[in-house]
Design a protein. Structure first.
Lengths: 339, 307
C-alpha cells in the first residue's frame, strides 16, 4: 500500500461519506479480521493499522456498536487497504471507450452494486477486475495485485447460466469443481486431503442453505437452487473478493430477494468484498453499502442514500425515475427502465 | 459357424478362443470398448455427439483410402479421424454461437469426406471386399499387429485423459468459470477433439463406421441415466461398453449377422432397461417424491424469513 493510496482512501472517507457508513465499515473489517485471517493478510504490512483493528476486534462487536465507535477509530480503520481499487480507469472495447475516469474503492466486507442502463459496460467492469480485459487508462488493483493475479482469492459468478435437465452431474460435484477443478491429474480416493475437501464442500453448501438438494442432479434443481449452488462454488475457496454478474437475473421475485439476502449475509458475516452487477436495484438496495452507477461514459459512486435519488437517476437514465421511501425506511426505485 | 451356442459360457469361450483371430477380436473389443466408453462419456457431457458422429463417418473414407493405397486400414482410420478432428477444432470459434457454428462446420467436413469415401470405393472397383465391413464392422481377420496398434493408441488416449480429465470435466460443465480459474478451455477443447478422433477411429474398426455411436454414446448415455455421480457414471460406462462389445462378439460368432448390429442392439437394450429402471424407481418413489416436491418450497420460504 502506497502512501498515496492511504491518503486517497482517507481523503475519500473525510470528503464523501457520512460517519455512520465509515463506522459500519470499521465494524465489518473488524469481523473480517477475526473470522477470516486470510482476508486481512495484507493489512499486516502496515503494523499500526493492524494492531488497532485487532484490539477493536477483541471488544464484543454487536450491530448496535456502530453508533458508539468513536469517529477517530473509524477514520483509522477506514485507511485499511481497499481490496479492490480503480484509479481513473477507462476501458475500450472495439475502439469505443465505454467509460473513463472511474475511481472505486471496495474494502473487505463491503457490498457494492454496479448499476446502469444496458450496454454501458457493467459486466466489462468485472472483466477489468478479473484481468480478462486490460484497463485502457488508469490503474486497477485487486488485493493489491494486478487484476488476474489474485488467483483463488477472487471468486467469480458469470452472467446467469442454467443447467438443463440433461446435465447429469450433482450440485456437490459442481461445487467440488470450484475447489479443485483446475488441477491436472485424477484425485486419489481417500486420504486426509480428500476428507478435508469434503468437509469444506459440506460447509459451504450449508452456508448457502443448499444441503437439502446438493446431492440431486443440478439439472433437476430450480433456478434459485442452482444459483445458490453456483454461489457455493464461487465461495468454496474462501475468496476475499466475490464478483457477481447479474446473479438475480431470471429468478422469480421471492428467489431474487432470498439470493440477495444470502449474498448480503455472506458479505457481512464472512467479510468478503462483493461487487455485484445488477440491472434492478430494488431487491438488493437495502443490503448495499455502496452503489456505483455507470452511465454517460463515467460513473457515480457513493452510499445508496446519497446516490439513489430521483434527481440522480433521472439524469443518469435520461428518463423520469422516482425514488420512494417506504414506511420502514427502505428505498424503492420506480420507473427505472428495465432490461 | 459349425458350433451351436450353449448356455455354458465356459465351453463357448473355450471354443471361440481356440481360434487365434477370435482371441484378437476379443482383445481388440476390450480395448476399444474402454477407450470409446471413457471418451464417449465426456462427449455426451459436452454435447459433442455430432462431432463424434462426423468423426465416425470419416473413418469410412479413411479405411477405403487405405485399402485403395494399399496400406494398413488402421493407419487410414487414425489418419483421417485425427485430421478431421483437427479441422473441426480449427473451424470452431469461441463466442455465443459457438455451438451452432461448430455443428455447421462439422456438417461440412462430414459431407465432403463421406463423398471422398464413395469416390475411393468407386476408384477401387470390385476388388474391395465390399464397403460393408467398413460400414458395419467386422471381427474377422484382426491381426495381432492391429491389436497392438489399438492397444498402444488406446493407452495413449487414456493416459492423456487421466491427466486432463478433471479440468476437462470443469471446462465441459462450466466453461466460463473454468476459464476464470485459469483452465485452458480452448486448448482442452482441441485436445478433446483429437482424443475423440482417436477413439472413433478405434471404435470404427469394431462396430464399423456407421455404428461408432454404439460404443461412444450408448454406454455413456445409459450410465448418465442411471447415476449423476461422475466417478460412478464413468465406471458404469466402461462396464457397459465392455459388456456390450463382448456380448456382441459372442453373438456374431454364433449367428450370421454383422457385429455392429449386435453390439448396438445390446447397448441399446441396456439403454432402454436403464430408462425403464428409472421410470420404475420414480413410480415407486411417487409418495416420497411428491413429499419432496411440496417440502422444497416450504423450506425455501422458511429460509427466506430466516435470512
Amino acid at each position: 500500500m502506497t502512501v498515496r493510496d492511504m491518503t486517497a482512501a482517507r481523503q475519500q472517507i473525510r470528503d464523501g461519506e457520512p460517519e455512520q457508513t465509515a463506522a459500519r465499515r470499521q465494524l465489518t473489517s473488524q469481523r473480517a479480521g477475526t473470522q477470516l485471517p486470510r482476508a486481512d493478510r495484507r493489512t499486516t504490512q502496515d503494523g499500526t493499522v493492524h494492531t488497532v483493528a485487532i484490539e477493536q476486534a477483541a471488544v464484543p462487536v454487536q450491530a448496535t456498536a456502530a453508533a458508539t465507535i468513536p469517529a477517530a477509530v473509524a477514520t483509522t480503520a477506514a485507511a485499511a487497504d481497499p481490496v479492490l481499487e480503480l484509479r481513473g480507469a477507462a476501458v475500450r472495447v472495439g475502439g469505443r471507450t465505454l467509460w473513463s475516469g472511474v475511481d472505486l474503492d471496495v474494502r473487505a466486507g463491503e457490498f457494492v452494486a454496479v448499476l446502469g442502463p444496458n450496454g454501458v459496460g457493467k459486466s466489462t467492469l468485472l472483466k477489468v477486475l478479473l484481468g480478462v480485459l486490460p484497463a485502457a487508462e488508469g490503474e486497477a488493483r485487486v488485493l493489491g495485485l494486478r487484476p488476474g493475479q489474485g488467483g483463488d482469492r477472487v471468486g467469480y459468478l458469470p452472467q446467469r447460466r442454467s443447467f438443463g435437465p440433461g446435465m447429469r452431474i450433482r450440485g456437490v460435484d459442481l461445487v467440488r469443481l470450484g475447489l479443485d477443478g483446475d488441477r491436472w491429474g485424477l484425485p486419489l480416493p481417500g486420504g486426509r486431503r480428500r476428507r478435508e475437501q469434503a468437509e469444506r464442500i459440506a460447509e459451504v453448501v450449508e452456508l448457502v442453505g443448499a444441503t437439502a438438494y446438493a446431492h440431486r442432479p443440478i439439472g433437476e434443481c430450480s433456478g434459485g437452487e442452482q444459483q445458490r449452488l453456483l454461489i457455493a462454488q464461487a465461495l468454496v475457496r474462501r475468496p476475499a473478493v466475490l464478483l457477481l454478474d447479474e446473479p438475480l437475473d431470471s429468478l422469480d421475485l421471492p428467489n431474487q430477494s432470498a439470493v440477495a439476502a444470502l449474498i448480503g449475509r455472506i458479505c457481512h458475516q464472512e467479510g468478503v468484498a462483493v461487487v455485484m452487477v445488477a440491472h434492478d436495484v430494488n431487491p438488493i438496495l437495502h443490503h448495499l453499502d455502496r452503489v456505483v452507477y455507470i452511465a454517460g461514459g463515467g460513473a457515480v459512486a457513493g452510499a445508496p442514500g446519497e446516490v439513489v435519488t430521483s434527481e440522480n437517476l433521472t439524469r443518469l437514465y435520461g428518463t423520469p425515475v422516482e425514488v420512494l421511501r417506504t414506511a420502514d425506511g427502505r428505498l424503492v426505485v420506480v420507473g427505472q427502465p428495465e432490461a | 459357424m459349425p458350433v451351436q451356442f450353449s448356455w455354458n459360457l465356459l465351453t463357448d469361450f473355450q471354443e471361440m478362443w481356440s481360434y487365434p483371430f477370435m482371441v484378437n477380436a476379443f482383445r481388440a473389443g476390450a480395448v476399444v470398448a474402454l477407450v470409446a466408453g471413457a471418451i464417449g462419456w465426456f462427449m455426451v457431457l459436452r454435447r459433442q455427439s455430432f462431432a463424434g458422429h462426423t468423426l465416425g463417418v470419416v473413418a469410412f473414407p479413411g479405411a477405403s483410402f487405405a485399402t485403395l493405397a494399399g496400406i494398413s486400414t488402421g493407419f487410414g482410420y487414425f489418419g483421417f479421424c485425427l485430421a478431421a478432428a483437427l479441422v473441426i477444432a480449427l473451424l470452431r470459434r469461441e463466442g455465443r454461437d459457438a455451438d451452432a457454428e461448430e455443428s455447421a462446420a462439422t456438417g461440412v467436413v462430414q459431407a465432403f469426406l463421406l463423398a471422398c469415401g464413395f469416390l475411393f470405393i468407386a476408384l477401387y472397383k470390385g476388388l474391395l471386399s465390399g464397403p460393408e465391413s467398413i460400414l458395419f464392422g467386422s471381427f474377422l481377420g484382426i491381426t495381432t499387429g492391429q491389436v497392438l496398434l489399438l492397444a498402444l493408441v488406446g493407452l495413449a488416449v487414456l493416459a492423456v485423459l487421466v491427466v486432463i480429465g478433471r479440468p476437462l470435466l470443469f471446462a465441459s460443465v462450466d466453461p466460463q468459470v473454468a476459464a476464470a480459474r485459469g483452465v485452458p478451455v480452448r486448448l482442452l477443447s482441441t485436445l478433446f477433439l483429437l482424443l475423440l478422433g482417436a477413439a472413433t477411429a478405434e471404435a470404427a474398426q469394431i462396430t464399423g463406421s456407421l455404428l461408432v455411436f454404439a460404443l461412444l454414446v450408448l454406454p455413456a448415455a445409459t450410465a448418465q441415466v442411471l447415476t449423476a455421480r461422475p466417478a460412478l457414471s464413468l465406471l458404469l460406462t466402461l462396464l457397459l461398453g465392455f459388456g456390450a462389445t463382448w456380448a456382441g462378439l459372442i453373438a456374431a460368432w454364433y449367428w450370421p449377422y454383422p457385429l455392429g448390429f449386435f453390439v448396438t442392439s445390446f447397448a441399446f437394450a441396456g439403454y432402454l432397461l436403464a430408462h425403464a429402471a428409472r421410470l420404475v424407481a420414480r413410480r415407486r418413489g411417487t409418495g416420497a417424491g411428491a413429499g419432496a416436491m411440496t417440502a422444497v418450497p416450504r423450506t425455501d420460504a422458511a429460509r427466506r424469513v430466516a435470512v
